[in-house]
Ligand binder design. Structure first.
Ligand code: ARG
Length: 428
C-alpha cells in the first residue's frame, strides 16, 4: 500500500486515522469528504485534513447526486427497512464508496480507508461497494482493526502530534447525518426501555410543543417529488424545505430496534421529517394510481430493495434489476397529495391525479351510479364456488355444534300482530 484515500468526516476518529495510517503504514494519505447535506459538512474540514497530515484533501458536494440517484429511487420503491427506517445512512454509503473509488483512480491510489468499527453495517456497505466497483483496491479500516484507541487515547495521540481536537463537547451519542435523515445511537439509548431524552433530537420539536397544524401539498412525476405547494422545486431544496417544515411540526421521529447485518439487534433513533412525509404522500398517490395487484406485488419489491440497500448491496445486479422494475412501475404515479402536519403526524388528506384509477361513477352511493349491481350476483357465485365446494367436501358447517347464538345474550323484539296476520293470510 503506497497511497490511500480515506473517507474523512473531520471528526476526532478520522483525524487520528490520517496520522495513524501515515505512521503505521508509511503511506501517502488523501482524504475525501462528501457533503451529503443535512449539515454533514463540517466547516474547515479540508484544512483540518491537511493539518492532520493528509497530502491532499478532496471535498465533494454530492447533495444533488445523493437525492437524485439514491434517495429518489428508494422513495419510488417505497423502501423502508423493517417497515420503519427510511435508510438515510444506508443510502449515502454506496455514494461515498463510489467517490472513494473514483478519487483512488484519479490519484493512482492502491487502497481506500474508512472510519467504521467492526460491529456496524457501515463497514460492510463500504467494503462490499468498493469491491463491487474495483476489486483490486485494498480496503483498510483502522477503527476496526489496528488503531484500537479509546476516546481519551485518541485525544492524547492527536495532541502529541499537534492535531487539532474538535472542541465540540463530546456528544453522548454516535450520530450520522445526511439530507435524508439523522441516525442516533449509543449512550442511554442502548437501553431499549429508556425513552429518548430531548437532547437526542436536533431536527424535530417535541410533538406536544408543535404549532397549530398546517397542510403542505406535494406534486409527483413518475413517483418523484417535483413540486411543493404547487411550485416546481429543486430536489435538494425540496427535501431541505420539508425537513424544516415537518420537523417544526414534530414529524419524523422514529424509535427503532433494528436487526443489523452482523446479527446484532440495535436501538436507533432517527429523525427523518422529509422522508416520513414523502413516503406517506407517495403511498397515498400510489393507492390512487396503481392497481390492486401492483400495490400487493410492489410491497415485496420494496422490502427486497430495503433489505438489499440496508445490507450494502446497492451495486448488485438484483438491485439494478429491481430498480429497473420500479422505474417502469412508477410511470403513472404522477399527481398531487395534500398532507396535514399535526403535532408529530403527517396524514394524507387529499390526492388527485390525471392517471387516477379511481372512478367516482363506479364508487358513488349517490345518484349517477354506473356500477351494474345485478352483475355482482354472477360474480359472487363464481368467486365463492371454491369455498362452497370446500365446505361441502371437508366439513358440514363451520364450528357446527357450537352455535354462537346459544352462547350470546340475544334480544328479540316482535311486532304484536305479526303472527296472527301471517296465519290469517295463509290459505286454509
Ligand atoms: N443503524 C443505521 C444503519 O445501519 C445507522 C447507523 C449510523 N451510525 C450512527 N452512528 N448512528 O443504517
Amino acid at each position: 500500500m503506497d497511497k490511500v484515500v480515506l473517507a474523512y468526516s473531520g471528526g476526532l476518529d478520522t483525524s487520528v486515522a490520517v496520522a495513524w495510517l501515515r505512521e503505521q503504514h508509511d503511506v501517502d494519505v488523501v482524504t475525501l469528504t462528501v457533503d451529503v447535506g443535512g449539515g454533514s459538512l463540517r466547516p474547515g474540514v479540508a484544512e483540518r485534513a491537511i493539518a492532520a497530515g493528509a497530502s491532499r484533501a478532496y471535498v465533494v458536494d454530492a447533495r444533488r447526486e445523493f437525492v437524485e440517484r439514491f434517495v429518489w429511487p428508494a422513495l419510488q420503491a417505497g423502501a423502508v427497512y423493517q417497515g420503519t427506517y427510511p435508510l438515510a445512512t444506508a443510502l449515502a454509503r454506496p455514494l461515498i464508496a463510489q467517490l472513494l473509488v473514483e478519487v483512488a483512480h484519479r490519484e493512482g491510489a492502491d487502497a481506500v480507508a474508512h472510519g467504521c468499527t467492526g460491529k456496524g453495517n457501515d463497514q460492510v456497505r463500504f467494503d462490499v461497494a468498493v469491491h463491487a466497483l474495483d476489486a483490486s483496491l485494498e480496503v483498510v479500516a483502522p477503527m476496526r482493526v489496528g488503531m484500537g484507541m479509546s476516546r481519551d487515547q485518541e485525544i492524547d495521540y492527536a495532541r502529541e502530534r499537534g492535531i487539532e481536537v474538535p472542541v465540540t463537547h463530546a456528544s453522548p451519542y454516535s450520530v450520522d447525518v445526511n439530507l435524508w435523515g439523522r441516525s442516533i445511537e449509543t449512550g442511554v439509548l442502548e437501553d431499549p426501555w429508556v425513552a429518548p431524552p430531548a437532547d437526542v433530537y436536533a431536527w424535530t420539536v417535541d410533538p406536544g410543543d408543535a404549532p397549530p397544524p398546517v397542510e403542505v401539498s406535494i406534486g409527483f412525476r413518475a413517483g418523484i417529488p417535483v413540486m411543493l405547494d404547487g411550485r416546481p422545486t429543486d430536489p435538494v431544496e425540496l427535501v431541505e424545505q420539508l425537513n424544516g417544515l415537518a420537523g417544526a411540526h414534530g414529524v419524523g421521529r422514529v424509535d427503532h430496534v433494528e436487526d443489523r447485518l452482523v446479527g446484532i439487534k440495535s436501538r436507533e433513533i432517527y429523525e427523518a421529517p422529509a422522508a416520513v412525509v414523502l413516503h406517506g404522500a407517495h403511498r397515498a398517490l400510489e393507492s390512487l394510481t396503481l392497481s390492486k395487484e401492483q400495490l400487493r406485488f410492489n410491497r415485496n419489491v420494496a422490502d427486497e430493495i430495503a433489505r438489499a440497500t440496508y445490507d450494502g448491496l446497492w451495486f448488485s445486479s438484483l438491485l439494478a434489476d429491481l430498480r429497473g422494475y420500479v422505474d417502469a412501475a412508477q410511470q403513472h404515479v404522477s399527481g398531487e397529495v395534500r398532507v396535514r402536519l399535526d403535532h408529530g403526524t403527517a396524514t394524507a388528506v387529499g390526492r388527485r391525479s390525471a392517471a387516477s384509477l379511481y372512478d367516482r361513477a363506479l364508487a358513488t352511493y349517490d345518484t349517477g351510479d354506473a356500477f351494474d349491481h345485478a352483475s355482482a350476483v354472477g360474480f359472487i357465485s363464481i368467486f365463492g364456488l371454491p369455498l362452497r365446494t370446500e365446505a361441502a367436501r371437508h366439513r358440514a358447517a363451520p364450528e357446527s355444534g357450537r352455535a354462537m347464538l346459544d352462547e350470546l345474550p340475544v334480544a328479540v323484539a316482535e311486532a304484536p300482530a305479526a303472527r296472527d296476520t301471517v296465519r290469517e293470510t295463509v290459505p286454509g
